[in-house]
Write a protein that binds this ligand. Structure first.
Ligand SMILES: [Zn+2]
Ligand SMILES: [Zn+2]
Length: 340
């Protein structure tokens, strides 16, 4: 029994008659998390984790028809029992567990193994079939512990401040930005945020996540001496825009899993690349898949072919699932949904 199939609109559950993270507008959608390529506008009905409600409303509009469910609570729907389980990716992110006639499927959405203090940590869920992402599904992707990355960012910021230069750090506005704010040392200087980041900080604080004080970068005058000590968090789209002029002489950096590769770092033209991802690395993907106990694995968005081949060599029934999910570490405008 196929509990989830790929349809032109998105991943579809025929028994329950709903879509998971559809990329075209549908009647009933179940949403894993609020990144723009998973949570799109135009669905008649949304079901999501309670922890993601405020972010979804902030991004899709206050009037979406949204029903929420706390992590772990079961909801019967057309003979399918549905529940959300933490995915450790961003605030509110969930894996979706579906059970019908003794069969259990789990759709991971995006997930990260290392707990980061800004969202509920990833919890493996036992299942027969696991639908996994594979954004960084190549053996070259192995993350350093985040404490080391934050120490690198702190050192870079401190060195710039000593040289009287602002530090502009580009990163994805939802999730990555708040994780960085939570992880860095706020005693090093003032922290300013782009207008796409600050409203999301507010949602995280209201959810009880500990973030240091931040200010709108736009409220600070050009030539204000505090800029020379400041860390500025901005989405990649702000790079090269007139918004940057106020910072005078600055050093810039980019935080993303793609910084593991030299090519993208050079292409961005930034001074520093920090390898920090909100997705599982190669060992993390394999660990998570093993923890589910699944004998069948469907692989979505990312390095699908390599992971499928590797899992088959391990004796698993692995297949590719073609989806239209994007890349929330890349920050391309189509996905990032930067707000003014
Ligand atoms: Zn995501
Ligand atoms: Zn994704």
């Amino acid at each position: 029994m196929e509990l989830v199939i790929a349809r032109p609109e998105g991943l579809y559950c025929p028994v329950g008659d709903f879509y998971i993270d559809p990329w075209r507008p549908v009647e009933r959608s179940v949403i894993t998390h609020a990144h723009g390529d998973h949570a799109r506008t135009g669905n008649r009905h949304y079901l999501a984790s309670s922890a993601s409600a405020a972010i979804l409303r902030a991004r899709l509009g206050p009037d979406i028809n949204l029903q929420t469910l706390p992590y772990g609570q079961r909801l019967p729907h057309h003979g399918v029992t549905l529940s959300f389980h933490p995915a450790g990716h961003v605030l509110g992110s969930a894996q979706i567990r579906l059970e019908h006639g003794g069969e259990v499927w789990v759709a991971s959405g995006d997930y990260k193994i290392e707990a980061d203090g800004t969202c509920a940590p990833f919890e493996p869920v036992r299942c027969h079939t696991f639908i996994t992402e594979s954004t960084f599904g190549l053996p070259i992707y192995r993350w350093q512990p985040q404490a080391k990355v934050f120490a690198d960012i702190n050192r870079w910021w401190q060195a710039n401040a000593r040289a009287g230069k602002a530090s502009v750090l580009f990163c994805y506005a939802f999730g990555k930005a708040q994780r960085i704010l939570h992880g860095i040392d706020p005693s090093l200087g003032p922290i300013l945020c782009h207008g796409a980041v600050e409203p999301l900080n507010r949602v995280y604080r209201e959810a009880g996540v500990d973030l240091p004080p931040t200010r709108y970068a736009a409220d600070v005058q050009k030539n204000d001496p505090l800029l020379r000590q400041a860390l500025i968090i901005a989405p990649p789209q702000a790079g090269g825009s007139s918004w940057m002029r106020r910072f005078g002489d600055y050093s810039d950096g980019f935080a993303s899993g793609w910084m593991r590769l030299r090519g993208p770092r050079r292409r961005r033209g930034v001074d520093r690349g920090f390898v920090l991802s909100d997705h599982a690395d190669w060992p993390g993907l394999l660990w998570a898949i093993g923890q589910t106990g699944a004998e069948r694995v469907k692989v979505t968005h990312g390095a699908v072919g390599t992971l499928v081949r590797h899992l088959r060599e391990q004796g698993l029934d692995a297949q590719a699932f073609s989806t239209e999910y994007g890349d929330d570490e890349d920050g391309s405008p189509a996905i990032a949904q930067v707000q003014p």
